[in-house]
Ligand binder design. Structure first.
Ligand code: FES
Length: 104
């Protein structure tokens, strides 16, 4: 288990236990204030959009081209934008802080 700090759409921060080896999306979609992840992680819906805290950005592998292309189409795209279904939770990311992006 690793700690995931999640800021919801109301700006409230929550400490959540995330299982290493799962996608970050798989933890977020279980939360009442989480994400819908409609496509189930196929990198096609963007309903798993989050912002990575700048302090953690360098610790996460860069997005592949399909994720990057989808992100660039989003109205709420900004620096730190990522699709949480494309990010593996690992013990090295213990304490990762993310913000759930607004609905598109
Ligand atoms: S769950 Fe659909 S793009 Fe991530």
């Amino acid at each position: 288990m690793a700690l995931l700090k999640v800021i919801d759409r109301d700006g409230k921060e929550h400490d959540v236990e995330a299982r290493s080896g799962l996608k970050v999306m798989e933890t977020l979609r279980e939360l009442d204030y989480g994400i819908s992840a409609i496509c189930g992680g196929m990198c096609s819906c963007a309903t798993c959009h989050i912002y990575i805290d700048p302090a953690w950005a360098a610790k996460i592998p860069a997005p592949m081209s399909d994720e990057r292309e989808l992100l660039l189409e989003l109205a709420h795209f900004k620096e730190g934008s990522r699709l949480s279904c494309q990010i593996d939770m690992t013990d090295a990311l213990d304490g990762l802080r993310v913000t759930i992006a607004p609905d598109e």
